[in-house]
Design a binder for this molecule. Structure first.
Ligand code: OXD
Ligand code: MN
Length: 618
């Protein structure tokens, strides 16, 4: 950690005015040594931003363990963090956000380009010139009295063809500490960048945390993100949704690769390892699926699931094999807590047992944490996420429904050995899934890549607490990417269709729904570790070993094709979970119009043709 007072000289230098302070000995010399040896493009940009935001101090973070410990303890001293019970939870801290700042706010998220068409009909758009102007006023002087942290980071395993450098400037200690978990942060980024100016410029301030002055602005043409007024993970840890999805999806479109909202996991059976990528909308169990532990009889038979990533996949076509390969650009997990426990996700529980930042959970009297669903019964009393005394009679939840853990992936007992491999892994299957209580069957396979793109494009899910807004309504969420496509959705669909021509042997595409219910409101499928049974069919399909029936929706297993050994379910239960109700499906197709109408005359012809074929099958 290198720090210095920043005086007005920095701003003057940037504005090309005479820099008196350079002639005085201390602060300016310190400021200069700050940037000594630094990439000139980065140094110039930091100085511009510092001149705009006017922090009292600039601190360059190097990413060391000692620096991290220092930051966390400083956070405790400043009241940003609560140190948790270090015997039970070594290296763990609690963070309570501003209650008005607990989820991503899509209404404040913008794609900023010179033309509206580049952002398309599903993004909020601002002219880049207007956005810079508007936000410059907000950033002006916003860090007075504060420290500006400079965070160099890499998204992706070091040395990967897709790995990319970002530099985030932030006035949030929570963000600085979290970026150290979520990214490969520190000196390695400077080494990778060398003298290049190809880095994502991420400027962030919590400002006054005022929802009316909250803007998360992406400038894909400038490889720049300006985020103001929120400290929430998805709005403020700019390497994640902002860079690794919105900016990267645009870069992938421009350069022939893909940035997707997908987990990546490896399924090992004996000596055979198969990697799958899966896209589920936010808070639909992606982290659980990525860390799945197979039931005992599968374990005995040698089945193991390992995690490459739980949220984002960057994928490209390997020219030598014509196959799709993937890396996880992140180095940590920012997972949803409610409902997570030793039964539903023991790997996540082990991952967050140390070195973890807990956000908006309840604090127990002994310095441990709690959230709804962690234990079968709630504690007799605790401190809720707002810092108030809580008992089960309080009448509200102790933890926020979108409370989160930020934990390093290296803690995951099921981390795949290739998680850090710059060459990534070969993807055999792409799985789309939503949270749907009716209509959508448990599993089916698309007829081919183009049909699979349609299946992904029409993905629907009932909304959850991960984003602000109404919970429980079906929202079309193409490829689970609706809030994360950094350009026009028309071009995004075309990009998916066109990727087909780049691959000689493409992944098979599947759709799953773990959440279908019967008329009594009970889940038809047990989910969690038992999902391995569906994965078994999927993997066998990829290797040409499983039977499938042709149905109107795609290829489906017969009930007897799903291994039910050790489960109380019978084939007739699978039949219920797989039932296609043609009338209900017609209504489903009509509801897809809601999204397609937004694209109007821009709807790719492939979507229209595939939809016609589907209708003619019904
Ligand atoms: C997330 C999200 O936080 O998708 O991963 O909202
Ligand atoms: Mn996500």
């Amino acid at each position: 950690m290198r720090s210095t007072d920043i005086n007005d000289s920095v701003g003057k230098m940037w504005q090309g005015q005479p820099d008196e302070a350079q002639h005085k000995s201390r602060p300016a010399d310190e400021a200069n040594s700050h940037y000594a040896g630094m990439n000139a493009h980065v140094a110039e940009w930091i100085q511009k931003c510092a001149a705009l935001c006017r922090p009292d101090r600039v601190v360059l973070l190097c990413g060391s363990a000692a620096e991290r410990a220092e930051l966390l303890e400083q956070g405790v001293a400043e009241g940003v963090f609560v140190r948790l019970n270090q015997t039970k939870l070594p290296g763990c801290y609690l963070y309570r956000s501003n209650p008005n700042d607990v989820a991503r706010t899509e209404q404040n998220t913008y794609i900023c380009t010179p033309a509206r068409d580049m952002a398309g009909p599903t993004n909020n758009w601002m002219h880049s010139r207007d956005a810079y102007e508007k936000l410059r006023l907000l950033f002006d002087g916003c860090m007075r009295g504060r420290t500006l942290y400079v965070i160099p980071f890499i998204m992706g395993p070091i040395g990967s063809p897709l790995a990319r450098v970002g530099v985030q400037l932030t006035d949030s200690l929570y963000v600085a500490a979290s970026m150290g978990v979520m990214t490969r942060m520190g000196e390695a980024a400077w080494r990778m960048l060398g003298t290049s100016d190809e880095f994502t410029r991420c400027l962030h301030s919590v400002g006054q945390c005022d929802p009316d002055k909250r803007y998360i602005c992406h400038f894909p043409l400038d490889n720049t993100i300006w985020s103001f007024g929120s400290g929430y993970g998805g709005n403020a840890l700019l390497g994640k949704k902002c860079m690794a999805l919105r900016i990267a999806s645009f870069q992938g479109f421009a350069h022939g690769w893909m940035a997707e909202h997908m987990l990546i996991s490896g399924v090992q059976v004996g000596n055979e390892k198969t990697y799958v990528a899966a896209a589920f909308p936010s808070a639909c169990g992606k982290t659980n699926f990525a860390m799945l532990i197979p039931p005992e009889n599968y374990k005995q038979a040698g089945w193991r699931v390992s995690t490459i990533g739980d949220d984002i996949a960057w994928m490209w076509v390997d020219e030598a094999t014509g196959r799709l390969r993937a890396i996880n650009p992140e180095a940590g997990y920012f997972g949803v807590l409610p409902g997570t426990n030793q039964t539903t996700n023991p790997n996540a529980m082990a991952t967050m047992a140390r070195d973890t930042i807990y956000t908006n959970v309840a604090l127990l009297p002994d310095g441990d944490v709690w959230w709804e669903g962690k234990t079968p019964s709630p504690p007799a009393h605790c401190t809720d996420w707002l810092g108030q005394p809580w008992t089960p009679a309080s009448g509200h939840k102790a933890a926020h429904p979108n409370s989160r853990f930020t934990a390093p992936m290296r803690n995951n007992p099921a981390l795949d050995p290739a998680a850090d491999d710059p060459a990534g892994v070969e993807i055999s299957a792409i799985i789309f899934g939503g949270r749907r209580s009716c209509v959508i069957p448990l599993v089916y396979q698309a007829f081919n890549w183009m049909h699979g793109v349609y299946v992904g494009a029409t993905l629907g899910s009932e909304t959850t607490a991960a984003a602000s807004g109404k919970v429980g309504v079906v929202r079309r969420d193409p490829m689970a990417m609706l809030p994360f496509i950094g350009y026009n959705i028309r071009d995004y669909f075309l990009h998916w269709f066109r990727m087909r021509a780049r691959m000689s042997d493409c992944p098979r595409i599947f759709h799953v729904n773990w959440f279908r219910k019967n008329d009594q409101g009970e889940f038809l499928w047990p989910g969690f570790g038992e999902n391995i049974r569906i994965l078994e069919w999927i993997i066998n399909r990829c290797h040409g070993r499983a039977y499938a029936m042709e149905t109107v929706l795609g290829w489906m297993p017969r009930p007897t094709d799903i291994n039910l050994n050790g489960l109380a379910l019978k084939p007739k239960d699978i039949e219920a979970a797989q039932k296609i109700d043609v009338e209900a499906f017609k209504a489903e197709i009509l509801s897809e119009e809601e999204l397609f109408l937004k694209l109007a005359g821009d709807l790719p012809k492939e979507i229209i043709f595939i939809r016609e074929l589907l209708i003619s099958r019904l």
